[in-house]
Design a protein around this ligand. Sequence first.
Ligand SMILES: NC(=O)c1ccc[n+]([C@@H]2O[C@H](COP(=O)([O-])OP(=O)(O)OC[C@H]3O[C@@H](n4cnc5c(N)ncnc54)[C@H](OP(=O)(O)O)[C@@H]3O)[C@@H](O)[C@H]2O)c1
Ligand SMILES: *[C@@H]1O[C@H](CO)[C@@H](O)[C@H](O)[C@H]1NC(C)=O
Length: 318
Amino acid sequence: MSCFLLAVGIAVGVGFVFHHVVVKGRRCTSETMLHGKTAIVTGSNTGIGKTTAIDLAKRGARVILACRSVQRGEIALAEVMRESGSNNVVFMQLDLGSLRSVRSFAETFLKIEPRLDLLINNAGIYLQGKTEDNLGMMFGVNHIGHFLLTNLLLERLKECGPSRVVSVASVGHNVGSIDFGCLNAHKALGTGTSFFPVVKIYCDSKLCNVLFTYELAKRLQGTDVTCYCLHPGAINSELARNANTVFAAVLKLIRGFFFKNTVQGAQTTLHCALQEGLEPYSGRYFSNCSVRDVYSKAKDGDTAKKLWELSERLSGLV
Ligand SMILES: NC(=O)c1ccc[n+]([C@@H]2O[C@H](COP(=O)([O-])OP(=O)(O)OC[C@H]3O[C@@H](n4cnc5c(N)ncnc54)[C@H](OP(=O)(O)O)[C@@H]3O)[C@@H](O)[C@H]2O)c1
Ligand SMILES: *[C@@H]1O[C@H](CO)[C@@H](O)[C@H](O)[C@H]1NC(C)=O
């Protein structure tokens, strides 16, 4: 009996430590304030984008919530204002699955907003299908939309330096790959529709985020703009809302215990956006608020350049 109680005690203890140390992860400890600075956060109506926006607004930044749904965006606007106690928050419509919408967002932003100090490429989708421009959905939204947005805003970021571009990737990029044959033929990272191929395409799109950051840092050398990408942790968010029902049910069971909440999930994004002295790490990948090494495929100069040039064509930039 006492052995049993001891075992239960140890299990609870280990579980507690696991939850508070491993799941929770490190917090962003930067005390940087952002009065007079402007930040854009894409996909900030829910999930870690919303908690990121609230934190930046609390620090005094003017925060632009760049979200695709006007209705969800406006509800989030009220919530971000209430939670941060700031009135310096605005909603601007942006659908990353539409090149026309990305262009119109950038045009409006550049016309009415004088500054840009932080661009947080946070939005992401887990859904197979096609965008308005006939690009693969996850390739189009997770990569191409942010690629075009960043490029259209780059001059303003340069004028306002030191400024930063932070892209939310994922640890999943480790199992990703870039199939240029498929991209050239279908403007998609893959064409499968069953469970594993769709997960793979999501991971491929996150590898695009890492390679984009790697190449962008090279192109930004000599400017006052730096860029970072990151894994936020496994987060209890809405990301799996489009997943098949078995997968979604399994996630629902485990995520309360094993996954971070959305405040914990925003910490590495905030670290990349705010921590002083990160400039020497431009182009690198972060996790748990620290810089991490990546496999060679995620820092391969030729692949990164090839993806950049293809992205310029597919986004209509050249
Ligand atoms: N959750 C995790 O465990 C995890 C792990 C690793 C990486 N990530 C990454 O973290 C980022 C944030 O995800 P999350 O977990 O916070 O997920 P989430 O709760 O699903 O939030 C995703 C956000 O992206 C927006 N979005 C989707 N498609 C869009 C489009 N076409 N145009 C503009 N915005 C769009 C969503 O808007 P709607 O509400 O209108 O759909 C939503 O605001 C993503 O890049 C994701 O890949 C998440
Ligand atoms: C995050 O870092 C902290 C402190 O270095 C460590 O104790 C914790 O285990 C790490 N968590 C994860 C998920 O890597």
